[in-house]
Design a protein around this ligand. Sequence first.
Ligand SMILES: *Cc1c(COP(=O)(O)O)cnc(C)c1O
Length: 390
Amino acid sequence: MIPYGRQDINEADIAAVVKVLRSDFLTQGPAVPAFETAIAGFCQAQHAIAVNSATSALHIACLALGVGPGDIVWTTPVTFVASANCARYCGAEVDFVDIDPRTYNLSATRLAEKLEQAAVHGKLPKVVIPVHLCGQPCDMEAIHALSQRYGFRIIEDASHAIGGRYKGEPIGNCRYSDIAVFSFHPVKIITTGEGGMALTNDSGLANQMLRLRSHGITRHAGDMTHAPDGPWYYQQLELGFNYRMTDIQAALGLSQMQRLDQFVSQRHALAARYDQLLKDVPVTTPWQHADSYSGLHLYIIRLKMDSMKVSHREVFERLRVSGIGVNLHYIPVYRHPYYERQGYKPSDYPEAESYYAEAISLPMYPGLTEEQQQEIVLRLTTPIGHQTLF
Ligand SMILES: *Cc1c(COP(=O)(O)O)cnc(C)c1O
């Protein structure tokens, strides 16, 4: 099976991990702060807080921004469930903003309309979580301008997007957001096995997220309610978690960083080849914004159903049967039973619905060969039995 995504591990990565295993610290040693410094430097952000997943990063980001019961958080329906679950962990309500038909990202136009309505009904969101789907940045300038007008905070779910750029600057620099989050799951751009990172330029938010990742505990006398009882002393100031990244993971991440730019440019070369191979096939290939550079975590095509003689599902199943690990990113979040029970109406999200009826993620990862790409497109276009596809 050709998977839709996979990690790229070399001997240097293995050596970096082994070196930690032979060292004094498997966790809370020097590798985590070194990884944080490297990511913050790469992204030109002031602070970076490593955690054990992007889901954890999204959770502590919401908490640091004060999300709680009675609050409302908005995100896109076309995302992994974690982008919405983080608000639910805090007891907040979630609502969705329909997607842009060209980028499949949260639409800034729909956001503006929905905010205008919400202001009338007194139901404005506390936080909006735009997701840079496939690594292509959302219209952050517009979303940021709306945040100034309506008073909400912004968490960028940049799980797909490390190594990409928006208007010439690195994604993750938080120029247009309070906090940005990366994922280092093995299918993402770089990996630590499991892992995530929260970036911010606000030292208050950074300190709070640092505490929340480790039980709400501080060892800084300045943060304590009274002078330390002695050298052993620490205080738990709030209810936090064990969301720490290990040094084993951080060492892998640091080693992977050496190849980050290379990974992203390889993804661009693969996308260009797919674009070429698919140019006479009735599918919509990914649209790329002229002023951004996508991380290209995913390569999503949309079948032009008007030209198709078979269903979306048949095309998808046939590819899977042929050993092509296609996927669908994502089932709109409101369609999951957990969210469905909260009464969302699919008809409120016509763009997400038509996207879901047409989208297929083709395999995309460094190391995918030209022959494999040709094979994938051949499988996509050859007839099913006697039935031509289009
Ligand atoms: C992968 C992903 C997450 C969750 O990442 P983990 O590191 O697995 O917790 C969150 N949001 C999006 C958009 C993702 O793709």
